[in-house]
Design a binder for this molecule. Structure first.
Ligand code: HEM
Length: 334
């Protein structure tokens, strides 16, 4: 299988379970549109930057050749979501019977003001854009690392079986007990993150840091996350993949820190401060659920004669290989 082609639709569906509910998330046209929307936005942004100099970019909404594609996509997505929206507005369920998905949260949080299906679709597509390619890139890298460092697999499977024996259905509490898997995921993200920098900000007024450094207004800045996560003072032997690095840090130090979803000055792959990724706790659960299925039920390896594919770099973005081929087979006698 090609992992990117396999995991992107899986992640779109699993993420959609929380964003649009159990029926709509499985609709192939819907989740196809959510994937195409992100791809279309990236393509349009690149083409507009290439074709228009910065002082003429304001013309793009009227003259850019691809301007209708995304509008048509949003119209179609609104058409698909409308029946769910109408049902939610008319059924007025009691709080304990309400659907637990973002469509419902958007309706409920509109503070009594009318919110249209098109506005819900815009908010949904934004969340899909923030969530599905980033999560797919993470799982692809983690799977490459599981195969490249397969010595960890027996320990991870043992941990999963142990937790499932105590509580056979996954819950937030039982997923939190998968500490070795959490550590493995974080180590994979440390060495194969989505970008070299995060926390991209700009100053609107002059700002002075606690050490006296002052930035004038209109300064763009970002954190060198890749450097933070390769600092040997924080992460000894930083170039070596150590799947249980964060597990030991939690055992030996503070058990409440060093989780996959933790953000700290040494761990900024999910950003920092007020705007740190709000989806990171969800991602931790989502990845664990998918990875436990994979680890318990499938054997994976690289195609004969190949090894862990290298990441490629584009500006500040790091891209896990989308062309590598993996061999997968169902496990027997689990
Ligand atoms: C492994 C997957 C993901 C990675 C690596 C990731 C990473 C990030 C990063 C680096 C930021 C910028 C933080 C900052 O500037 O301080 C961010 C912001 C954001 N992320 Fe994620 N993200 C992931 C998944 C998700 C998911 C699944 C969702 C929602 C479904 C989501 C929703 C958002 C939103 C809404 C923001 C903007 C927050 C704000 O500006 O206040 N992300 N993410």
């Amino acid at each position: 299988m090609k992992p990117w082609d396999t995991f992107l639709p899986v992640i779109a569906r699993v993420t959609g379970r929380v964003l649009v509910g159990s029926e709509m998330c499985k609709n192939p046209e819907w989740f196809g549109l959510t994937i195409a929307n992100t791809a279309g936005i990236m393509k349009s942004a690149m083409e507009i930057r290439a074709k228009y100099s910065s002082q003429w970019q304001w013309l793009a909404p009227w003259t850019y050749a691809g301007r209708k594609d995304l509008l048509n996509l949003r119209k179609r997505a609104t058409h698909l979501l409308e029946p769910i929206y109408k049902d939610r507005i008319t059924s007025r369920q009691a709080d304990n019977q309400k659907h637990r998905d973002a469509v419902q949260w958007l309706i409920d949080n509109a503070d009594g003001k009318p919110i249209s299906p098109a506005q819900i679709v815009d908010a949904e597509l934004f969340l899909y854009m923030a969530g599905i390619h980033s999560t797919s890139a993470s799982i692809v890298s983690i799977v490459y690392d599981l195969i490249a460092h397969s010595k960890y697999i027996p320990d991870l499977v043992e941990e999963i079986k142990q937790v499932l024996t105590e509580s056979p259905n996954w819950s937030k509490q039982s997923l939190a007990k998968l500490r070795k898997l959490d550590s493995f995921m974080k180590e994979s993200q440390r060495l194969h993150p989505a970008g070299l920098v995060t926390v991209q900000r700009s100053t609107v007024v002059p700002y002075t840091f606690s050490d006296g450094l002052t930035l004038p207004a209109n300064t763009f800045l970002s954190f060198p996350t890749y450097e933070f996560t390769h600092d040997p003072d924080t992460y000894p032997d930083p170039e070596t993949f150590d799947g249980l690095r964060f597990y030991r840090m939690r055992e030996d130090g503070d058990a409440t820190k060093f989780h996959f979803a933790t953000v700290s000055p040494d761990s900024t792959n999910f950003g920092a401060g007020f705007h740190a990724c709000p989806g990171r706790f969800f991602v931790a659960h989502e990845l664990k659920i998918i990875l436990t299925e994979l680890l318990l039920n499938y054997d994976l390896k690289f195609e004969v004669g190949t090894e862990r594919p290298q990441d490629t770099f584009h500006d500040f973005t790091i891209i896990a290989s989308r062309t590598a081929n993996l061999l997968i087979r169902e496990k027997h006698n689990v």
